[in-house]
Design a binder for this molecule. Structure first.
Ligand code: TNX
Length: 644
């Protein structure tokens, strides 16, 4: 690697054009001390050149998703201090935010050497600006009148408290049995990991005495009685005790940090139980890389807000994260992107090798921590679509007669007519089931371009054999086979809403996530499926929070400002008789726009806490101004929030 970082700069600008997706102009400036010749420019972006693109000033050498390699006209030299401009007309969509544009770039020299290029965020109409990295600001509002001065998020079902106690001492367990002790320790360890400064919230002696009493109530419910000498938590078992102690930890934390506004009550009661059994978050660890220790931190944040499902999206076109016995190519190739590798740099990744494989020890650590926090990690292997990384590393899974690409993208769909596909999947699900105790295994099923199978003679032969005329029938055939595998492993199948189409998977041991639009959830329930709602227009944390160009995020589902996220009422329009099919809700954080990790906090917080409140608190108990006053006290990723 030639070390000339900072000496080559790539600026990019997007200009809208009428009736088309606009044009993107790239300008490479040579600020180095030597002229450049015989080079190629590679860049990654979210938007792509459309199949009928037009380029001015360069030729397209290669394109794979948002990876593009351009070549200047023959004989072109980029002298010192000069610039080279290229304009691309016809993109695959009209850009809305800077994150739709360029994410990384580099040069490839004639001898194969790589030169780094600093790419600046894409502008719109050459208007300067800076990406918004921080959460939308605004000073913390005060609690609305009439609200009890306690800080609990998600807010409990019913609360009647009064008076106040000195919050200086820690909560300690004066009296409890094995189950409540475990729960107390789990809540205490959690609080210690989340809050490093200040005296601990949970301790062994001193401060606020807690007692735990077994009671007949819902598994995750609890009741807290506040009295001058002690606080008593009633619950049916560990989960309820845990949530009760977390509530006490939150109350104490706010009473110490914001004593003018919040108190630790002296008397009264809290009655609490969750609205939904499924309170989740999806994290896309395929498009971007998260080390196991970062995931531990996410688990802590989920647990502190009583979320109980962590959907790990472990595979996608751009990456694969597990080592599967018998298929070493996955850990060697599918897990990595880089220049000249089976998967090129994508979505902001550099020319150097970028990726990660979770070891068995990593997964054991994650599932162990999740169990302590009463979270189920739901693993997802996204098939048959979104499988480019698999196919690039195990080419035998392609029909050799399949050719070309579709709609400008490489083929990324597993072929249901190839026997080896099922041997492969059996090995994958065996290992997934060995690693993850979750009763649910999510198998994807979204966005399958069935065009991919049209030119596969093997796929056509399979259709003839079954007398099928519609190629899409193959998708449900495939998913049924996969469901059979997960069933034989003693697990239930999760999938995206498309798994209900064309002869959907068996509803008896599955659940589907409705993501395209909220109304689809009810339609699935009417077909007999258990449903998790994760509508893009309200619960996709990768959506931008305003229309501003400098706001990070995607826009296919519109913008998702905090208010929209908070006020969405899951199942609010469902008829009563269908509600039993609504398992709950989940936030989804997809990774296309998250190569800059500084964006994580502002994309996730506070919108995730808004979703946590809808997942837990009865809809009549929600209150946006109370939420706005409380969420600023919540911990963030890696830092403790300071009161403004
Ligand atoms: C749609 S949600 C997808 C993902 C993308 C996401 C971006 C779903 C099942 N598929 O592959 O990352 O949109 O918002």
């Amino acid at each position: 690697m030639t070390n000339e970082a900072g000496f080559l700069r790539l600026d990019s600008d997007w200009a809208p054009t009428e009736g088309a997706a606009g044009s993107l102009t790239l300008t490479l400036t040579n600020l180095s001390d030597r002229p450049l010749q015989n080079f190629r420019l590679a860049f990654t972006s979210h938007c792509r050149l459309d199949p009928d693109y037009q380029l001015r000033g360069a030729n397209l050498v290669e394109q794979i998703y948002g990876y593009h390699m351009l070549e200047p006209p023959a004989g072109f030299a980029l002298t010192r201090g000069s610039t080279w401009s290229v304009t691309a007309d016809r993109l695959n969509y009209a850009l809305q935010h800077y994150t739709d544009g360029l994410k990384s770039a580099y040069l490839v020299l004639e001898d194969g050497g790589i030169v780094p290029v600093a790419s600046t965020p894409t502008t719109q109409n050459l208007e300067s600006g800076v990406p918004r990295l921080e959460a939308p600001s605004g000073s913390r509002s005060r609690l609305p009148l009439g609200m009890p001065p306690v800080s609990i998020l998600p807010f409990p079902m019913r609360i009647e408290v009064a008076g106040q106690r000195d919050p200086a001492g820690a909560l300690y367990l004066l009296e409890g049995k094995h189950e409540s002790e475990l729960a107390f320790n789990a809540a205490g360890d959690l609080a210690n990991r989340l809050f490093h400064s200040g005296p601990p919230l949970f301790g062994e002696v001193g401060g606020i005495a807690c007692m735990a009493r077994q009671a007949d109530m819902a598994e995750e419910g609890y009741r807290i009685d506040f009295a001058a000498n002690a606080v008593t938590v009633h619950a049916a078992g560990q989960k309820g005790f845990f949530y009760g102690f977390v509530t006490l930890g939150q109350i104490l934390h706010a009473a110490r940090d914001e004593p003018n506004e919040f108190t630790f009550p002296a008397t009264g009661k809290i009655y609490d139980a969750p609205r939904f059994a499924w309170r989740g978050m999806l994290l896309d660890v395929a498009r971007q890389v998260y080390e196991a220790k970062e995931l531990l931190r996410v688990l802590d944040l989920l647990a502190w807000h009583k979320l109980n499902r962590f959907h790990l999206h472990l595979s996608d076109d751009e990456g694969w994260r597990l080592d599967i016995p018998g298929y070493p190519q996955l850990a060697k190739l599918a897990a990595w992107r880089g220049h000249g590798r089976a998967i090129p740099p994508l979505l902001g990744s550099p020319p150097e090798c970028y990726g990660l494989v979770y070891s068995r020890a990593d997964v054991a650590q994650l599932t162990g921590r999740a169990e302590q926090l009463f979270i189920t990690i739901v693993p997802e292997i996204d098939i048959p679509g979104h499988s480019y990384s698999i196919l690039q590393s195990i080419p035998e899974l392609r029909d050799p007669a399949e050719t070309g690409s579709y709609r400008g993208s490489p083929k990324n769909v597993l072929n249901p007519a190839i026997h080896k596909t099922y041997d492969f999947l059996q090995a994958v699900f065996d290992e997934v089931a060995r690693l993850f105790p979750s009763v649910w295994i999510h198998v994807g099923g979204d966005e399958v371009s069935t065009d991919a199978w049209l030119d596969s003679p093997l796929a056509r032969a399979l259709m003839r054999e079954h007398g099928w005329y519609d190629i899409r029938r193959l998708q449900s055939y495939f998913l049924h086979c996969v469901q059979e595998m997960t069933r034989n492993l003693g697990r239930r199948t999760g999938a995206w809403e498309e798994a209900a189409l064309w002869g959907g998977i068996d509803a008896r041991d599955s659940y589907l996530v409705a993501w395209k639009r909220s109304a689809n959830g009810l339609a699935l329930a009417e077909q007999g499926y258990d449903v998790v709602l994760a509508p893009g227009e309200a619960y996709y944390l990768d959506m931008a929070q305003s229309e501003d160009w400098w706001e990070p995020g995607a826009s296919w589902a519109g913008t998702v400002p905090l208010e929209r996220c908070y006020t969405y009422n899951p199942g609010g329009d469902w008829p009563e008789e269908m509600k039993a099919r609504l398992l709950g809700v989940q936030a989804c954080l997809w990774g296309e726009n998250l190569h800059d990790r500084r964006l994580f906090d502002s994309m996730v917080i506070p919108r995730l806490w808004a979703i946590a409140e809808s997942a837990w608190t009865p809809s009549a108990g929600k209150n946006l101004s109370r939420f706005t006053a409380l969420h600023a006290l919540a911990p963030r990723i890696g830092t403790r929030v300071r009161a403004p």
